[in-house]
Design a protein around this ligand. Structure first.
Ligand code: GAF
Length: 383
């Protein structure tokens, strides 16, 4: 188990210094997928799996990184940072670059990174690295970066150094998450509301397909572009429309359907998914978990058949749950193309569910299924 002491000891053994340590959690998302970069709504929560970053100042201009997961070191001079072919340093270097672009001064530093957010599982390990790095450097160099800037810096680091044109959901949830709550976030205004996550007799189970998604290599950026394309067409008649947030299905019918059937199907999903967030949030508040589960299933249908960001493994797992009345809903979670499905499972059915789903998954795909039980947790903080 990772603790403050284990990180501190490891850091001291490598860098011989006393570090500042920051913890940033991964996230789940109840519903609202691919709506964030369209200025829509999302319903994520920070979880009890996190990234830990420890930092100390150096007397020179070197950035010296050590990643526990890779048992690897990466060093670069402060004024020579650039995206690396190794992906993992990019989440840190991208943050340094963003901080510098804001006119803030960082000096050379040592950084150690460890964590228990499974990588490539759609639980936003990369956003957690970005948020933890931002807060750690802010503390180390007394930059006084405002809390609302943390997710913005993380998101831009992802765009510029990791090459994923993501929205702000992951970094926002990692920064502002609150134990026992989900966040209903308006990705346009960044106004948010904490909604208690009361699942009364049910629990959230994640099934990790172990199909590792790397969003930079997937159709993620293509989907972002397809949404922009639809907006260009809609603006021809409706110049006030800024992005998909302002679009109705009627507008898509009028301005997009005849131009490009694929773009039409994709963007209609976005409009419908954003509406589902409001519905699902009301169901959660009212304790209507059956209706919430139906929202999840509808979301997955759209992600798979319309937005086409699912994969055989996720589709199989979601379909498999449909035979069990004790599983109220399931869907692929996060950017897509693998990672985890999120499932709402009756407490006393969890063991049986796991026992029943794992063997057929292995026989069909030749891959182990990893079961992850998560609890919600607080957002980014100094330990
Ligand atoms: C990834 C992105 F990073 C998020 O911004 C979001 O778009 C999500 O995919 C899909 O909802 O996690």
């Amino acid at each position: 188990m990772i603790t403050r002491e284990s990180i501190q000891n490891k850091f001291k053994s490598i860098f011989k210094e006393e570090p500042i340590i920051v913890r940033s959690p991964g996230r789940i998302n109840i519903i609202g997928e691919h709506t964030d970069y369209n200025d829509g709504f999302v319903l994520p929560a920070a979880i009890d799996k996190a990234v830990y970053i420890a930092v100390s100042k150096r007397n020179d201009d070197l950035i010296s990184l050590y990643a526990e997961d890779y048992k690897a070191t990466y060093e670069v001079e402060l004024n020579r940072i650039a995206p690396s072919d190794l992906q993992w340093p990019n989440y840190i270097l991208g943050v340094v670059d963003q901080i510098q672009k804001r006119g803030l001064n960082v000096g050379g530093f040592n950084l150690y990174i460890d964590g228990d957010v499974p990588l490539g599982a759609g639980l936003s390990s990369s956003a957690a690295v970005e948020c933890a790095t931002t807060l750690a450097l802010s503390e180390l160099f007394e930059l006084h970066i405002e809390r609302l800037e943390i997710p913005k810096i993380g998101q831009m680091a992802e765009h510029t150094y990791a090459g994923v044109k993501c929205g702000i959901m992951d970094q926002f949830a990692s920064t502002f998450g609150k134990k026992d709550h989900v966040l209903k976030l308006d990705c346009r205004s960044l106004a948010y509301e904490y909604v208690p996550l009361i699942l009364d007799g049910y629990t959230i189970i994640l099934l990790n397909t172990n199909v590792k998604h790397a969003l930079g290599d997937t159709a993620y950026n293509k989907r972002v572009e397809q949404c922009k394309k639809a907006i260009d067409w809609i603006k021809e008649k409706y110049p006030d429309v800024v992005n998909m947030r302002d679009v109705s299905v009627a507008m898509l019918d009028e301005m997009v359907k005849n131009k490009d059937a694929e773009v039409y199907t994709k963007t209609r999903f976005v409009v419908e998914e954003s509406e589902r967030v409001h519905e699902a949030c009301e169901h959660l508040k009212a304790g209507n978990l059956i209706a919430l589960g139906q929202n999840l299933l509808a979301s997955h249908h759209g992600l798979s058949q319309e937005y086409e960001v699912s994969c055989d493994e996720s589709d199989y797992l979601v379909d498999f749950t449909k035979q069990f009345p004790q599983v109220l809903g399931a869907r692929q979670m996060g950017g897509g193309f693998g990672g985890c499905t999120i499932n709402i499972v009756k407490d006393d059915f969890v063991e049986q569910f796991i026992a029943q789903v794992s063997p057929p998954y292995f026989s069909k795909f030749g891959k182990e299924l990893t079961i992850i039980q998560v609890k919600t947790d607080d957002g980014t903080s100094v330990l």
